[in-house]
Design a binder for this molecule. Structure first.
Ligand code: NAD
Ligand code: UDP
Length: 350
């Protein structure tokens, strides 16, 4: 079974405020579920930089210790190892938190399809447990939803009022339908006045700390280019995505959680610059100077053909839009992966 219980959790009350955000004489305490993952660990960094006290909750299903290792000795960081499908550990049940960010859920298709039942339960039971915790604490709640709620969209670009075209029984359903159910739960709690809940529909995001083995297109193409392996294009490579750099996405999440004006519904967060997957591969080849060949692989079932966010709502409500050009974001990501590849080589037995 997966790791359960509490590995390390110090009390969160009664600590002297030293710097940063202080509320009622103490640091603002923020729970980040999925905080050891790619996006979650960047969110923990940003919250600590803002002066918050962070409780990171993670089962390490796809997250990694090394993503949060640099925070381990920070007095404003605590780690709770638990699966959100289970009732929350008692220390958390009693914790007083000001905000809850729910990012706990495997996000790459191979990972979320490895145990679809667990993925769906993570979205439904996990979100319920965290909403109830937010309710008890009077905390704000931010749900990390996804552009996958639009499925293979017939409306382009995707605006928040588009209801999507999701196959409810296909291999992606555990994630797409799970995230749709999590949105429904969040809005039920909001309507009932139980929790100030917000929903971010996150579009494809990339950057340092993605897993080399997570099967997503940016991590695959970058590691393939760096190691001279063939670059795998699924289908004809003409399907499109819009790629947002992680720092931009995190600033959007923080703004959405903080904004006083309640959004009319879910808010898209992503980069509206759309490109084909083949074009992304060409850009990576150009930056790395790699001589890898492009090879075709079958298109996965239900793979969306086009995807681009309409971010008009985020612009108006949050005064937010991505700042990082793809070229800069890719360079930072490639530099990080190059370092990772070197480490992997050093660690490989001779
Ligand atoms: P990730 O896999 O790196 O992070 C997910 C984290 O959640 C991991 O640390 C994992 O161990 C943890 N987790 C998974 N199931 C859990 C469970 N049952 N209990 C406790 N912890 C659990 O993925 P990511 O890219 O950082 O995605 C974070 C969130 O953002 C996810 O909810 C994902 O659906 C959403 N999202 C991400 C993207 C993207 O492009 N990265 C796009 C849309 C939505
Ligand atoms: N893809 C690809 N080669 C890969 C991995 C993915 O061509 O090695 C394609 C995939 O079929 C999809 C797009 O790239 O059309 C984005 O895939 P990813 O898994 O990153 O995200 P999602 O499909 O969830 O948007």
């Amino acid at each position: 079974g997966r790791a359960r219980g509490l590995s390390r959790c110090r009390g969160t009350r009664g600590r002297q405020a030293r710097d940063g955000v202080v509320r009622n004489g103490r640091h603002r305490t923020v729970l980040v579920a999925g905080g050891a993952g790619f996006l979650g660990s960047h969110l923990c960094d940003a919250l600590i930089a803002e002066g918050a006290h962070v409780l990171c909750l993670d089962s390490f299903l796809t997250g990694r210790q090394r993503n949060i290792q640099h925070l381990a000795r920070d007095p404003r960081f605590d780690l709770v190892e638990a699966d959100v499908c289970d009732p929350l550990p008692t220390t958390l049940e009693r914790a007083r938190v000001d905000a809850v960010f729910n990012l706990a859920c495997a996000a790459s298709p191979p990972h979320y399809q490895a145990d679809p039942e667990h993925t769906l339960m993570t979205c439904v039971l996990g979100t319920r447990h965290l909403l109830r915790l937010a309710e008890r604490s009077g905390a704000r709640f931010l749900q990390a939803s996804t552009s996958e709620v639009y499925g293979d969209p017939e409306m382009h670009p995707q605006r928040e009022d588009y209801r999507g075209c999701v196959n409810p029984t296909g291999p992606r359903a555990c994630y797409d339908e799970g995230k749709r159910a999590a949105e429904a739960l969040a809005f039920d709690f909001l309507r009932a006045g139980r929790v100030e809940a917000r929903v971010a529909r996150i579009f494809n995001t990339y950057g340092p700390r993605m897993r080399a083995d997570d099967g997503r297109v940016v991590s695959n193409v970058v590691t393939q280019a760096l190691t001279g392996q063939d670059i795998t294009l699924y289908g004809d490579g003409r399907q499109t995505r819009s790629f947002c750099y992680v720092d931009d996405l995190i600033s959007g999440l923080l703004r959405l959680a903080a904004v006083e004006q309640r959004p009319p519904g879910p808010v898209n967060l992503g980069n509206p610059v759309e490109m084909t997957v083949a074009e992304l591969a060409r850009r990576v080849l150009a930056i790395t100077g790699s001589r890898s060949n492009l090879v075709r692989r079958p298109l996965p079932v239900d793979d969306p053909q086009r995807r681009r966010p309409d971010i008009g709502l985020a612009r108006r409500l949050l005064a937010w839009e991505p700042q990082t050009p793809l070229e800069n974001g890719l360079k930072a990501t490639i530099a990080w992966f190059a370092d990772e590849c070197r480490w992997a080589e050093l660690e490989r037995p001779a």
